[in-house]
Design a protein around this ligand. Structure first.
Ligand code: UDP
Ligand code: MG
Length: 325
């Protein structure tokens, strides 16, 4: 096997505080991999600026000028983590044999990248980084994440427990990922659908090196909700089932009420009547809301909007060679 060209894709949103350290560590990783002849000397990292409002892009430009490992991509607006990552992956695959995606905040172990590459050279197309120890995350984050993985699994969605977006993918995996024309991106659900030979590498999850999480609770919940509704129709089936059960119950209750009336029993139970009206109203609203959620998704897919707009690209030696050929 010829020495593969590796690109490490890093989505960055307002990451000026961590970026110098991230670039330093990833340069070290690349340097070691190149000197051990595990990856080609044209291997680079691609820093994707996801419409940051701070100095992230000027830092990327500065690193690009002084560090041959650094290439950059600037999105014209904030497209969100998943879209920024996809932008980087699709750019990187045009000149790489394998691509590793990692967050900018150094929560994922940069040393695991070497193991990813070793597995890739053994013939695996996808290597999933699995968090072994999450004690660095808050209790709340761990509990909600665990609940989320469990729920996804029980809904029949194939995702890897404790795996986020720290993984290696081969060029052909990415070529196939490109065919997914999804707007509601949930990459960790999409990649397992590809079905290429895959394996896992375990690592310890660390605390964010600097700066704040770019995933506040609101975004985290939205992401989880997107993951569920983009990959499973079970919630809507559940609503349908609930509606059916309620319908049967209301028939029984109706028969009971009519018999009571015929027997001349008192019209008591005003409270229960009002309550049931409200209850059914609530259930209907819930069902409508969920249906609306799916229709909203259809609407978005039908529009086929581009997921990102590239404003500028700083190219590395591998890309330039590609263009000369
Ligand atoms: N990120 C991004 N666009 C966004 C939000 C986040 O590119 O709109 C990047 C961010 O810079 C980081 C990664 O996505 O590299 C994961 O974000 P973060 O570490 O804040 O999430 P957490 O680990 O707290 O879930
Ligand atoms: Mg993080």
């Amino acid at each position: 096997m010829a020495t593969p060209i590796l690109t490490i894709v890093v989505p960055c949103y307002n990451e000026e505080e961590v970026l110098p350290e991230t670039v330093f560590r990833l340069s070290g990783v690349l340097d070691a991999l190149i000197s051990d002849k595990l990856v080609a000397s044209t291997s680079t990292m691609l820093l994707v600026d996801d419409g940051s409002k701070d100095a992230t892009w000027s830092l990327i430009e500065r690193f690009h000028a002084s560090n041959t490992f650094v290439t950059g991509l600037k999105l014209a607006r904030n497209a969100g983590h998943q879209s920024a990552l996809l932008a980087g992956l699709m750019q990187a695959k045009t000149y790489s044999d394998c691509v590793v995606s990692i967050d900018a905040d150094l929560q994922d172990d940069t040393d695991a990248i070497r193991e990813f590459v070793v597995k890739f050279r053994e013939g695996y197309d996808i290597v999933y980084g699995i968090r072994q120890d999450r004690s660095a995350d808050t209790f709340f984050k761990r509990a909600t994440a665990q609940g989320f993985y469990k729920m996804m699994t029980s809904l029949g969605v194939k995702i890897h427990y404790n795996h986020a977006d720290f993984r290696l993918m081969s060029k052909r995996t990415l070529d196939n990922l490109e065919k997914f024309q999804e707007v509601n991106l949930f990459l960790r659900g999409m990649v397992p659908l590809l079905g290429f030979p895959s394996t896992q590498v375990y690592y310890d999850r660390k605390e964010r090196f600097a700066g704040e999480s770019k995933y506040p609770l609101r975004k985290m919940l939205a992401f989880a909700f997107d993951g569920i509704t983009s990959f499973s129709v079970t919630p809507i089936r559940f609503v349908t089932l609930m509606g059916f059960v309620l319908f049967l119950l209301s028939v029984v209750a109706g028969v009971y009420a009519i018999i009571g009336k015929l027997l001349g029993a008192n019209v008591t139970g005003w409270t229960s009547l009002v309550l049931s009206v409200w209850f059914i109203g609530g259930v209907q609203l819930l069902a409508l809301g969920l249906i609306g959620e799916y229709i909203g998704k259809i609407y978005k897919e039908v529009k086929q909007r581009p997921l990102f707009v590239i404003e500028k690209a700083l190219k590395g030696s591998a890309q330039e060679q590609d263009e000369i050929q």
